[in-house]
Write a protein that binds this ligand. Structure first.
Ligand SMILES: O=C(O)CCC(=O)C(=O)O
Ligand SMILES: [Fe+2]
Length: 311
């Protein structure tokens, strides 16, 4: 599957949302997520020096000795350290659960740097808190577009944030090498941010790969995950994406994953199920779904959501 296309992902400007233009932006968000399952947001509420500090902090983490990086710190299942894999040898990643909560980030930071690294915890947390504001704005717009704004508060209260930071070594060749396997995210929404090294590719509904390069340092890529695909009863598309690396530059990226809280059941609201839109996925426990997704069978299954709970 997947030839290449010169098409571009939709781009939406969040730099000046006000009462006069909010409805327009909201319709752009909904259309993009139905058609592509993603869009590039220009969002300037995160100062560039904080973005720069963030990439410095990410680099600082990956420069730690391997025995520190592999310590079991992440409280969320299946979100710990990944690296040194023969299948994706360029890739390394770590999850920081609840990165929007300062005390939690500090606890993790103190494990990685027992002598303390206040700069690291402050940077990670401030960046996450600001990016979470964009996330909430977008989720509100989505629920309004779906006509189910009565669930906004419940939706906001039933999720946790996971920050994953990623490093892709350069392959030192101009031939494309696999950075990260084709997958859909399991999240509700993921917001990605990266340095200027390209490599991310997103698949269109008609199975063509769009190469993504951020327009500016204020660019964030918003992607729908399996959980929102299920919650919206299939209205929002959850696109396949992957990373292909070439050249001699290291790629750093981060993803803010909005995940259903432990114990939460992902269930499309009644308002989104009718004769024209029959229920596509049985209600599921998010943690149980992850257990399947990361099982031997699930890891080889590109359609794990459908296999796990498709009707
Ligand atoms: O590094 C990227 O840009 C993509 C990462 C990704 O898709 C993921 O972590 O799920
Ligand atoms: Fe992803």
């Amino acid at each position: 599957m997947g030839s290449e296309t010169s098409q571009k992902l939709p781009a939406i400007d969040f730099t000046n949302i006000n009462l006069a233009n909010r409805e327009l932006v909201k319709s752009q968000v909904y259309e993009a997520l139905v058609e592509y399952g993603c869009f590039e947001a220009t969002f300037d509420k995160i100062p560039l020096d904080l973005c720069k500090a963030m990439f410095g902090s990410i680099q600082e983490f990956f420069d730690l000795p391997i025995e520190i990086k592999t310590l079991d710190v992440c409280k969320m299942n299946h979100q710990g350290y990944v690296g040194q894999s023969p299948v994706i040898p360029l890739f390394e990643s770590i999850g920081i659960d609840h990165a929007n909560i300062f005390e939690r980030v500090k606890t993790i930071t103190d494990i990685w740097w027992p002598q303390g690294n206040p700069n690291f915890s402050k940077t990670i947390n401030s960046f996450t808190v600001k990016l979470a504001e964009l996330n909430e704005m977008i989720r509100k717009m989505i629920l309004e577009s779906l006509g189910v704004e009565k669930y906004i508060e419940q939706h906001m209260n039933s999720t946790d944030y996971l920050l994953r930071v990623m490093k892709y070594k350069s392959p030192q060749t101009n031939d494309k090498k696999l950075g990260l396997l084709t997958h859909t995210d399991q999240s509700l929404v993921t917001i990605l941010h990266q340095n200027q090294v390209g490599g991310l590719e997103v698949m269109t509904k008609d199975e063509k790969w769009i190469s993504y390069r951020p327009f500016s340092s204020h660019s964030f890529l918003v992607i729908v995950g399996d959980s929102f695909n299920a919650w919206s009863n299939g209205r929002l598309h959850s696109p396949f994406h992957r990373v292909m690396m070439r050249g001699s530059d290291t790629r750093y990226s981060l993803g803010l994953f909005t995940l259903p809280k432990k114990g939460c059941i992902v269930n499309a609201p009644d308002e989104l199920v009718d004769e024209e839109h029959p229920l596509l996925f049985k209600p599921f426990d998010f943690v149980e779904f992850l257990n399947y997704r990361y099982s031997e069978k699930g890891l080889r299954d590109p359609f794990s959501l459908r296999t796990y709970c498709g009707v």
